[in-house]
Design a protein around this ligand. Structure first.
Ligand code: 9MR
Length: 449
């Protein structure tokens, strides 16, 4: 039995699990329709993520961490991965606060957006005073060392941030990095690709939301040029900081779609909208629906959790109030995310033909929508510790895997990466992949080593 959101009422949806069918010994399939109750789970119904900026010094605030862990499945370090934080003295790298965020996220099964490798702002003093070839090499060294350090742990890097002028010029921003030569951006992208081939590489900027603005057009032409010449770029980040002076433009969805049409993913990377009540909620709904309407808009990140956490708290621009209560804007986003999305099917297989005592088991959960899917696989060690695992999971012919995380893939087999192979008895870890076509009802098997 398969039910979709169209065939049951919202009240019934909340009960979530609609059918459980035992197909054969050891194989259990549960099908549920959508109406997830958190931002991350709601976004996952259409293969998207919902993220937030996180500040390391707030990880001891239990209200903050409670909302973070409950609602979000992607994290961006608000300041801790910036150049001044990670390389305070030339060639001396410090990752303490960034690691606290990355480790927290990964322990919670959240993914991480890296922000940011090359930027004119928040440069450490030694870099601010540099120019020319010395700066070019220092910048490339920074990109390489930081991307290498986090290799395999980052879903997407904002490789270059805010490199274009505001206003009508459409020119590059005059910065010490720009003065090293117009090719500094593509050099940074090439270095990032070499250092972490698994990460998606993004160009990220603000005031690039209105399709008619000169800055938007200039970024578009750069991305088009990069795609034409084979410069490695996978995504464009639209920061999307909105207020009365810079409202959500009527052509926002057009902008997202036009970037996507260049063959890159589009991500809303720093969303906040000043305001309150129903007006703010309506603006958040518009932004969310615009992303949902663009297949390659892969996720939304808000720039903080509570209004009081915001870089512009006076504008109360976020989804939770200062006490951590959900605002009307939160409900508008959640409802918009729940208005699309597919059917979730969880398949548990308990078989394991395994040379290791205790072995492992694998459970696959599929979020499917028209034309695509995300499969999340939970691997659990048996009665003994294991040092590695391989999950075999066949997809129907004609479906294609477009990206995966927390595992390396070889055809129908996904194996652990460096950080998630060692599991103690009974311990679980998750990996996932996204694809086009149908995932069917996969029945994964797990082999431990
Ligand atoms: O939110 C960040 C704030 O805490 C910092 O003081 C500020 C310093 O530049 O950066 C803020 O984050 C910015 C982001 O890194 C890039 N886009 C604009 C964001 C808001 O200013």
């Amino acid at each position: 039995m398969k039910l979709t959101s169209r065939s049951v009422s919202r009240a019934a949806l909340v009960s979530s699990v609609l059918a459980t069918v035992t197909l054969s010994a050891g194989l259990l399939v549960a099908t549920s329709a959508n109406a997830a109750t958190t931002l991350g789970a709601s976004a996952a119904q259409s293969g998207r993520y919902f993220g937030t900026a996180v500040a390391a010094n707030k990880l001891s605030d239990s209200t903050y961490v409670g909302i973070l862990n409950r609602e979000f499945d992607m994290v961006t370090a608000e300041n801790e991965m910036k150049i001044d934080a990670t390389e305070p003295n030339q060639n001396q790298f410090t990752f303490g606060n960034a690691d606290r965020i990355v480790n927290h996220a990964r322990a919670q099964g959240m993914r991480v957006r890296g922000h940011t490798l090359a930027w004119h702002s928040q440069q450490p003093g030694w870099m601010q005073n540099m120019e020319g070839t010395a700066l070019r090499s220092a910048m490339l060294n920074h990109v390489t060392k930081v991307a290498q350090y986090y290799a395999g742990k980052i879903y997407a890097w904002d490789v270059v941030n805010e490199a274009f002028e505001d206003g009508s010029s459409g020119a590059r921003r005059n910065s010490n990095l720009q003065r090293t030569g117009n090719d500094w951006i593509e050099a940074a992208f090439r270095a990032a690709r070499a250092a972490d081939p698994a990460a998606k590489l993004c160009y990220n900027d603000y005031n690039t939301d209105d399709w008619t603005h000169a800055k938007t057009q200039a970024v578009y032409r750069m991305v088009q040029d990069f795609k034409t010449r084979g410069v490695p770029i996978d995504c464009v980040g639209l920061q999307s900081h909105f207020n009365a002076q810079s409202p959500v433009p009527s052509n926002y969805q057009t902008t997202l779609q036009n970037f996507a049409n260049l063959g890159v993913d589009v991500q809303i990377t720093e969303l906040d909208i000043e305001g309150s009540g129903t007006t703010q909620a309506a603006n958040y709904e518009r932004v969310t629906k615009a992303c949902l309407a663009v297949t390659r808009c892969t996720g939304i990140t808000v720039w903080g959790i509570r209004d009081t956490d915001s870089w512009r708290s006076y504008g109360t621009p976020l989804l939770f109030d200062g006490s951590g209560n959900k605002k009307p804007a939160y409900t508008a986003v959640l409802d918009a995310l729940n208005s699309v999305g597919g059917t979730t099917t969880t398949t548990t297989t308990t078989t394991s033909n395994d040379p290791v005592p205790g072995g492992c088991t694998a459970t696959a959960s599929v979020n499917a929508w028209n034309g695509g899917f995300v499969v999340t696989v939970k691997v659990t060690a048996g009665a003994a510790a294991i040092r590695g695992w391989t999950v075999t999971l066949a997809l129907p012919s004609g479906s294609t895997v477009t990206n995966s995380w927390n595992a390396t893939r070889n055809g129908n087999q996904w194996s652990n990466v460096a950080y998630n192979g060692n599991l103690t008895a009974g311990q679980a870890t998750e990996f996932g992949f996204q694809g086009t076509g149908s995932a069917g009802s996969p029945s994964p098997t797990c082999t431990a080593s």
